[in-house]
Design a protein around this ligand. Structure first.
Ligand code: ZN
Length: 241
């Protein structure tokens, strides 16, 4: 079985170098690099060498690519035009509609409690990252399904031996795997008070995962989540992009 796509590897490497430059220029440090490095290594070495399933790669690096692209259209990125200048290039009615949609997400994340921190997530503070998480997973899932349709003529990838999950389920599992992390209480509080990201973990699991997954109809279809599930917000789902 050798269906690995070399373009994913090239893409992830290119993003890594761009990211290193960005971190050096903006903060004078590369302290965020180990996490990114770990992710790229994980995708390049472990996933592709092991199983070469692109459901896993799209769920891991694909979601991160989608996440970063969506930042260009979050509550901060939207304010910059195609030349990178601060300039409102949207109509007023677009801005109003966008703001209404983001309000839903602010309230959703405000209600998540992070046990380690003993605090609730701050929906406004983390809005940009939450918009990127939610948009990124949708973009990557659509890209994955398009790849299956166009490159495999709609034929599903082979399943992982011994793992009774279909490829759509593996995509979401791969995403959760990348986000998985652990914090000490001090770091958790610091993250809530000064961090831009939602916590990876809370009493109901992972906000970065649950927040985006519970808004997404493709997730609830993949895992057949019923209406009472915390993973299925149904009509309460928030969507910006
Ligand atoms: Zn982000």
């Amino acid at each position: 079985m050798d269906n690995k796509d070399p373009s994913i590897t090239t893409l992830s490497r290119r993003f890594l170098y761009r990211y290193l430059d960005y971190a050096r220029v903006t903060t004078g440090t590369t302290s965020l690099t180990p996490h990114w490095d770990k992710c790229v290594n994980y995708v390049e070495n472990s996933l592709q060498r092991c199983c070469a399933l692109l459901s896993l790669s799209y769920g891991a690096i694909g979601v991160i690519v989608g996440h970063e692209l969506t930042h260009g259209f979050d509550n901060n990125g939207r304010k910059y035009d195609k030349n990178g200048n601060l300039d409102q290039w949207w109509s007023n009615s677009s801005v109003t509609a966008f703001t209404e949609k983001t309000q839903c997400m602010i309230e959703q994340y405000n209600n998540y409690h992070w046990e380690e921190a003993g605090l609730n997530v701050r929906g406004t503070r983390t809005l940009a990252e939450n918009i990127a998480d939610n948009g990124g997973v949708r973009e990557a899932f659509r890209a994955y399904r398009r790849w299956v349709d166009e490159s495999r003529a709609g034929v599903e990838e082979p399943l992982l031996p011994g793992v009774e999950l279909n490829n759509n389920q593996l995509f979401f599992l791969s995403y959760a795997h990348v986000r998985c992390n652990s914090y000490r209480p001090e770091a958790a509080r610091e993250q809530i008070q000064s961090g831009a990201h939602s916590p990876p973990k809370s009493e109901v699991g992972s906000n970065e995962v649950i927040g985006a997954m519970s808004n997404y109809d493709e997730f609830r279809k993949a895992f057949r989540c019923d209406d009472s599930s915390v993973m299925n917000r149904g009509a309460q789902s928030c969507r910006v992009w």
